[in-house]
Design a binder for this molecule. Sequence first.
Ligand code: EPU
Length: 441
Amino acid sequence: MDKLTISGGKQLYGEVSISGAKNAVLKLMAASLLTKGETKIYNVPELTDVTIMLSVLGQLGVKTSYDKVEKSVVLDTTNLTSIVAEYEYVSRMRASFIVLGALMGRCKEAIVALPGGCAIGERRVDFHIKGLESLGAEIKIENGYVHAKAAKLTGADIYLDIPSVGATENLMIASVLAEGSTRIQNAAQEPEIVDLANFLNVMGADISGAGTSEIVINGVNPEDLHAVEYTTIPDRIEAGTYMAAFIGTRGKGIIRNVNPSHLTFYTSKLTQMGAKIKLIEPNAFEVSCDRRLTGLNIVTQPYPGFPTDLQSLGMALLCTAEGVSIITESLYENRFMQVPELRKMGADIHQERNHALIRGVNSLSGANLRASDLRAGAALVIAALMADGYSIIDQLHHIDRGYELLTTKLSAIGADIQRINDESDIIADNIRGVLDGTAKI
Ligand code: EPU
């Protein structure tokens, strides 16, 4: 299993270009199932989650290809050969569950494995199921699979108890080919929802209101839809991660290919902490920090609030900020998996259910660390870059799900980071650490 080694305490300088948004592109790929033909999507990051989605679609009969140089996928959805999304895939990546809405739209029947909980929380799918039932689907849950079927789907008013991103996406996709109008109220407003609605509209759908709490989908006929070419949005969470890298190491850098309006709340919190963030071009930020950050409170909220996916990154920064900070995680039951690892580095964090109280320490020190999930893992990378000394981060496959070319991008801005996959490499790296006095063994 691959590991990361990081020798921290170096200020980072330079430029980072942000990749396409994982959480947008996966849904566009699933939505391509609605129509026949060759869909081409650009700005697709080379990530394991993208590979898993390609496998899910391949198993349904879609002919898929990925061009690493062009960063594009081609999905030929002309002939579907199956309506079953197997547990093997859905259990590896919850986003595969979004094929449910697309298969229901196109085939009016789908059998999709239930994703179950994961490290960060229970992550139920009851809103997806209730919403599809409102559209006229009959749903049975058997042997761990959702079996949904309908003679036809009919538009309906759907109210979501929580503005769930996945439920909004599944229901929006399914409603495109429903008869009549569907209104999703208390819809999620994330930029990824807007991207999906734009993609579907280019395909021939009639969707309005995406990006607000009420989305209206006027059903169209299958012959109104056609395969499209489309470029997805930049990954706001990846951008937020590199902003944290520059700020946490008191460096200075430019983040390119970013949509600043997607990061307003995060940017405002970083500025309140003491970072300097300047828009230098419509799609580029300059980020710097030349002093110790100031502690503050963060409450995660659905968009446009502070994103839960950047909560762990905010925590890494606050570990060495002056004063006391409180982070409240309000979306997931178990999204503080980074806390025990940050404590190993000397952080002073007291956790009580979904609240974490952080007393800023002067500095963190390198340690042997374990990434438990994607964003907790990213926080450990930032903490290791900030820390004095040497860190090893294990369970790298979690981080690989969401960060394209992580070591290449960080090395290019001056980080001492390496990916190693052999025990002897780690021993050699530890010896190097002993020699330069930074090892923690
Ligand atoms: N929820 C329910 N019932 C449902 C659906 C959701 O109770 O039917 C609850 C969940 O358990 C959770 C909350 O509602 O507590 C929010 O879940 P949501 O459905 O909004 O999240 P998601 O669609 O499963 C996406 C992202 C997550 C991101 C969340 C929130 C993808 C593939 N995943 O998940 O991204 O945290 O929205 O913004 O788009 C990540 O990238 O690391 C990640 C976890």
